[in-house]
Design a binder for this molecule. Structure first.
Ligand SMILES: Nc1nc2c(ncn2[C@@H]2O[C@H](COP(=O)(O)OP(=O)(O)OP(=O)(O)O)[C@@H](O)[C@H]2O)c(=O)[nH]1
Length: 329
């Protein structure tokens, strides 16, 4: 009963293929950035657009940072490492408080913060709360007017003015960049702006490296994404996912097919009504969730997967320190 190593999954023997380069241009810059913004602000989509491909996994390498790396942007003149921050929320629950401590710590340690403010929505109390928090930091903050493709130019201009005003009310933004992660418009500009905020230094990761997020976290996230699809508004923060076990099935000698993994996952919700939403009529929605998540997990792990999903009601899981610990908070 063990989780197969990366080597076994990819068939690669040289896990360190592509070492960190020993030579780099004199004016090379490298460092860390964090994307923040209220839920649905476009952080994940923008991360993928900046990295240029869907984040892939690699592991078994010491981390340069204590933080979870979401993606790495490689450019001839610099390297930008995007690290994860859990959502920045008003601390209403224990989860909120813990997240916020973690968020503050992370934000204080990166070189630049990207504050995502979607152009489709008016700036609201949630954004102001984050702006106030960011004003406490010394880290430069770049405001990204995300989802710029969704509004006409005049609305975008109004949004940019509102973003500028928000900065002036709290702490002026180092830059304001409209960007669309979907059309790719201005993604390069944003990358350039962010690189400009990094200190001079050597590349931190080998070229080709995209992220070193542990498999279990990535698997949990794929399930969470699938489970929230279409019901994000109803269950935004009431759903947590824990990967209980990933077990490789024994194989007959000489079997050339990819390994078969049993992946056991619990989805936690807070109320029976939420459980019903996740499961759907006669279990139809949960089956779809499973199919979607399984496809992603198979691509991620390079293995065939049997995905076993259980939806459990854990009343007030957000306030239960033991359960929070198990869920990785
Ligand atoms: N049209 C358009 N839609 C976008 C863009 N970026 C994100 N979206 C959509 O906006 C929704 C939310 O995007 P996410 O990237 O998941 O947002 P997030 O900030 O990571 O959300 P949380 O995980 O809830 O914090 C998704 O449906 C995306 O497809 C964009 O540039 N243009």
């Amino acid at each position: 009963m063990r989780f197969p190593s990366d080597d076994e999954l990819t068939g690669e023997t040289d896990a360190l293929a592509g070492l960190v380069p020993t030579e780099w241009p004199e004016d090379f810059r490298s460092g860390f950035a964090c994307l923040v913004g209220r839920p649905n602000a476009g952080k994940s989509t923008l991360t993928n657009a900046l990295v240029g491909e869907k984040v892939a996994i690699t592991s078994g390498r010491p981390q340069t940072t204590r933080h979870v790396v979401r993606g790495i942007v490689h450019r001839p003149d610099g390297q930008l490492v995007l690290v994860d921050t859990p959502g920045l929320h008003r601390p209403r629950t224990l989860l909120g408080q813990r997240l916020n401590d973690l968020v503050r710590e992370t934000l204080g340690e990166v070189d630049v913060v990207v504050f995502c403010l979607p152009a489709v929505e008016k700036i609201g109390p949630g954004d102001r709360y984050i702006a106030r928090e960011l004003a406490e930091l010394r880290t430069p903050v770049v405001a990204a007017a995300t989802k710029a493709d969704t509004v006409p130019r005049d609305r975008l201009a109004e949004h940019l003015i509102a973003v500028d005003r928000l900065g002036k009310e709290h702490r002026e933004f180092a830059d304001i960049v409209p960007v669309s992660a979907v059309t790719g418009e201005q993604v390069d500009v944003l990358t350039e702006v962010l690189l400009g905020h990094l200190p001079p230094g050597p590349p931190l990761y080998p070229e080709g490296e995209l992220t070193d997020e542990p498999e279990q976290v990535m698997v949990a996230e794929l399930v969470r994404e699938a489970a929230l699809e279409g019901v994000r508004d109803e269950l935004p923060h009431s759903l947590a996912v824990a990967v209980e076990e990933i077990v490789e099935r024994p194989r007959r000698e000489g079997d050339q097919r990819p390994p078969m993994l049993d992946v056991h996952v619990n989805i936690y919700v807070e109320r029976d009504s939420q459980k019903a939403i996740v499961i759907g009529k006669g279990g139809s929605r949960l089956r779809d969730v499973g199919t979607r998540a399984r496809t992603g997990i198979e691509a991620l792990l390079g293995a065939r997967v049997y995905l076993d999903l259980h939806v459990r009601v854990a009343k007030d899981w957000q306030r239960d320190p033991k359960l929070l610990g198990r869920l990785g908070f």
